[in-house]
Design a protein around this ligand. Structure first.
Ligand code: HSE
Length: 444
């Protein structure tokens, strides 16, 4: 059980909450503007005025519009530690500097709202410990899928339920690319260039296209859903760089589209022993599954819980205003506690389930093989799957330039078994290559 060592009795109704805004990029600017625009309503909602008393930026010489110049500073740490600051809003990004600032704030008993998924996924333990020790609040709704409320619902609304699975499209850039490939039949490179031109993809798209951003979000979701510490390093990760127009066409042929999924699952073995799997990879999703219709740069999170059944959260997962919306929801929650006392539900990692090895997951597979078009190939391939106890759902053969393309979709199978089967199949003389193995997720 996590221990809270002090109790916040509140500054008193009507008292002002002093806020330090760390970062004035797209999200910081949107948060600043909306906090000023809605100031009167926020006062009512929080029980006292919320006042931005300083804005930390890295370069003071850069001209900045829409901010009171007297508030600007390039000394973020001094701002955080000022006596008139009760609440720190961190929207800088990166890990090292935000970690120092957020820890300093929490240790000084100041509540923190952050949109920083990389920070939360990498350092949740020490952040939670610092917050628990001082009784401060730590909120991070904006860290996962921006405007879409999913951290709060998992932590509060579903606290009385038992979550078994969270499956999300939590990266807008890759969803834009894959959706555009699906719509147009174009290549990954062409659609990455389009995403860059439209401002979805960064100049260096690594965090998005290699799945790091989604893995941080998966770690956060899995930790909350399963009351277990899951860090970004515990998340198995594959990105979308290798996805080709041929993969998309092959998925279409079996009634699917391809999505980059963040999957968080409670696994139960034959002895009833539970573990947690968190993984990110591109997967085939049947077109009639709710996640298949999530287009463009939208995000969605699909939750399966024992009593609630299936829930889907959908909306804008990135951008200044959508991210500021989530940040400001947390600012109001934290401010209300600062004014009226009390603390939001915090860390809950009591279950402390082990992290499952990636090889122990069960899913379905879509395997594309290039084979010689001759008698007995299909029987040999089918035998390899059968020998490992993997049942085939569909088998399709297409002619190709030299030989044939054999495409199988399996029923549920264990990752380890599939990997061994692929090795077995690859060693058959008449199999020229196993071209692609993709997983298939979501019921059809
Ligand atoms: N770059 C992310 C995305 C948004 O494309 O969804 C911030 O996590």
């Amino acid at each position: 059980m996590t221990q809270q060592t002090s109790y916040n009795t509140g500054k008193g109704a009507g008292e002002t909450v002093g806020v330090a805004l760390l970062g004035f990029g797209t999200v910081g600017q949107a948060a600043y503007r909306l906090m000023n625009e809605y100031a009167d309503e926020f006062t009512e909602r929080a029980g006292g005025p919320i006042e931005i008393r300083g804005v930390a930026v890295s370069d003071l010489s850069r001209p900045r519009e829409g901010v009171d110049p007297d508030l600007l500073t390039d000394d973020a740490m001094s701002l955080v530690l000022r006596d008139d600051i009760d609440l720190v809003v961190e929207v800088i990004g990166g890990i090292d500097l935000p970690r120092k600032l957020v820890l300093a704030a929490l240790r000084a008993g100041k509540s923190v709202v952050t949109a920083n998924k990389a920070l939360v996924a990498a350092h949740a333990d020490e952040l939670a410990e610092a917050a628990d020790a001082s009784g401060a609040d730590l909120f991070f709704e904006a860290a996962v899928a921006a405007a879409i409320p999913v951290v709060g619902p998992l932590r509060r609304s579903l606290a009385g339920d038992r979550v078994n699975r969270v499956m999300g499209i939590v990266n807008g850039t890759t969803n834009f690319i894959l959706d555009a490939m699906d719509e147009s039949g174009a290549s990954y490179d062409e659609m990455l260039a389009e995403a860059t031109r439209l401002g979805y993809a960064e100049a260096d798209p690594t965090a998005d296209v290699d799945g790091y951003d989604a893995a941080s979000k998966a770690a956060i979701l899995a930790s909350i859903a399963f009351h277990t510490r899951v860090s970004a390093d515990d998340v198995y990760r594959e990105g979308v760089r290798e996805i080709t127009a041929a993969d998309i066409a092959s998925a279409k042929a079996v009634g699917c589209t391809i999505k980059l999924l963040a999957l968080c699952e409670r696994l139960v073995d034959s002895d009833g022993k539970e573990s947690v799997s968190a993984r990110v990879y591109p997967a085939l999703v049947p077109r009639n599954h709710p996640l298949a219709s999530v287009s463009q740069s939208f995000n969605a999170v699909f939750v399966e819980a024992e009593a609630a059944g299936r829930l889907m959260f959908y909306g804008n997962g990135a951008g200044g205003n959508p991210t500021a919306s989530a940040v400001l929801g947390d600012v109001i929650g934290a401010s209300r506690n600062i004014v009226l006392g009390g603390r939001a539900p915090g860390e809950s990692v009591y279950a402390s389930l082990p992290i499952a090895s990636f090889g122990s997951i069960d899913t379905r597979y879509h395997v594309v093989m290039h084979v010689k078009d001759q008698v007995g190939v299909l029987a040999d391939v089918a035998k390899c799957f059968a020998n490992r106890g993997i049942s085939l759902k569909t088998v399709r053969q297409e002619g190709s330039e030299n030989g044939a393309r054999l495409v199988v979709v399996t029923h549920m199978a264990r990752e380890d078994d599939l990997e061994k089967t692929v090795a077995d199949v690859s060693s058959i003389d008449t199999v020229l290559s196993v071209e692609r193995v993709l997983r298939m997720e979501g019921d059809d």
